[in-house]
Design a protein around this ligand. Structure first.
Ligand code: MG
Length: 362
């Protein structure tokens, strides 16, 4: 089945609360959507969030990559040889992982639809439902405590707390949140590169000494500070999760070889899509390194692609797929069912999300 057209459009969705991390503040989700059309008229959908502070991808760079590089490279190729299409997609541009991810998931969506099966089954079928955490944005402590309690009330048993802006003050912040939610709630900490290696060790040890029972600490140091990440991992007992430090399968291989972190956060927008993410899963599985599946500020469209990967592969033991829960509306039909912390797969073929509400396809 040949690829005959690739189009892009935009979606804009209000968030329930402004999304704040050590790197940025966002009030509204504004993403590019991608539609790949096959010769029989069937369509596959993907989504590309412009997350310049993490991936370097902007609205302009995403549109240019899709229309001027990816489309000419893969138009006319046959989806029956999916591997050849994916290798071409990867090779037609260096970097630009976000537009590649959007096209990759649209291709997998089409490929699954052509076989009449849900994608997660075609890629391994490890499970049919799983639980996601919810992100609590970095704010004054009282506000974070309130947001954490509200999340627990909504049924979330795992919270990912954004920190990284105030050094040792983050220990008191986490202590206040732990005291408020009690011992039954899992707390993850994401510093988004906000600490130095030395600070990380002091802060994490203080959290350990205070019995805050932190499940893991995500990306304490700068993405490029590989030695720092490794030093922190080896100095503390709390598991360290690499996020911004791992984009590609090559990054994952080095991290695993040198035990520079205990866990890997896979995001389709960093890997350039499902095809490369599966390679990271293979490496991680071989080494027994558990993974988390994460997302950027994304709507249900691309988060559904990530959900299929999570449901497909057992080595992904943790999910941070709260994008749809952060949006105040769900404009799509179909796809996995996101119900508070629970994500349940369905039998719809491909990724299964339809009715992408975009009036400006071009
Ligand atoms: Mg992170």
């Amino acid at each position: 089945m040949r690829i005959v057209d690739i189009q892009t459009g935009t979606i804009s969705l209000p968030l329930t609360h402004p999304f704040k991390t050590a790197l940025r503040t966002v009030e509204r989700l504004e993403d590019i959507v991608v539609k790949v059309i096959a010769e029989d008229g069937s369509v596959g959908y993907g989504e590309a969030p412009p997350t310049a502070v993490i991936t370097g991808d902007t609205v302009g760079s995403i549109l240019c990559a899709v229309h001027d590089f990816i489309k000419p490279a893969i138009l006319g190729m046959d989806l029956d040889d999916l591997e050849a299409v994916m290798e071409k997609l990867d090779a037609c541009l260096v970097h630009n992982s976000t537009p590649k991810a959007a096209v990759d998931m649209a291709l997998y969506d089409l490929w699954g639809k052509a076989q009449g099966k849900p994608l997660y089954r075609l890629l391994g079928g490890a499970r049919e439902r799983f639980e996601t955490d919810l992100t609590i944005s970095v704010n004054p402590t009282e506000e974070m405590v309130r947001d954490a309690l509200e999340a627990v009330e909504r049924g979330f048993g795992i919270l990912k707390i954004k920190v990284g802006k105030e050094g040792m003050a983050d220990v008191a912040r986490m202590a206040a949140i732990r005291a408020a939610v009690g011992p039954g709630v899992k707390l993850r900490v994401d510093a988004n590169q906000g600490w130095s290696a030395q600070e990380s060790v002091s802060i994490i040890r203080a959290m350990e000494d205070n019995g805050l029972d932190i499940e893991l600490v995500e990306q304490p140091v700068k993405a490029a500070d590989f030695d720092g990440l490794k030093a922190v991992t080896q100095a503390v007992d709390t598991p360290i999760l690499a996020d911004e430090a791992v984009f590609s399968p090559q990054d994952a291989a080095r991290l695993i070889d040198e035990h520079a972190a205990d866990l890997i956060n896979i995001k389709l927008m960093k890997t350039g899509g499902i095809y490369q993410a599966l390679k990271i899963c293979d490496l991680a599985e071989k080494a027994g390194v558990e993974c988390m599946i994460g997302c950027m500020l994304e709507s249900k469209l691309s988060v559904s692609a990530a959900a299929h990967l999570c449901a497909a592969r057992g080595i992904i033991t943790r999910a941070d797929l709260d994008g749809p829960s952060l949006c105040s509306v769900d404009p799509y039909s179909g796809g996995p069912v996101f119900d508070g912390p629970s994500i349940a797969m369905t039998d719809l073929p491909g990724i299964g999300v339809g009715d992408v509400p975009c009036g400006n396809w071009q």
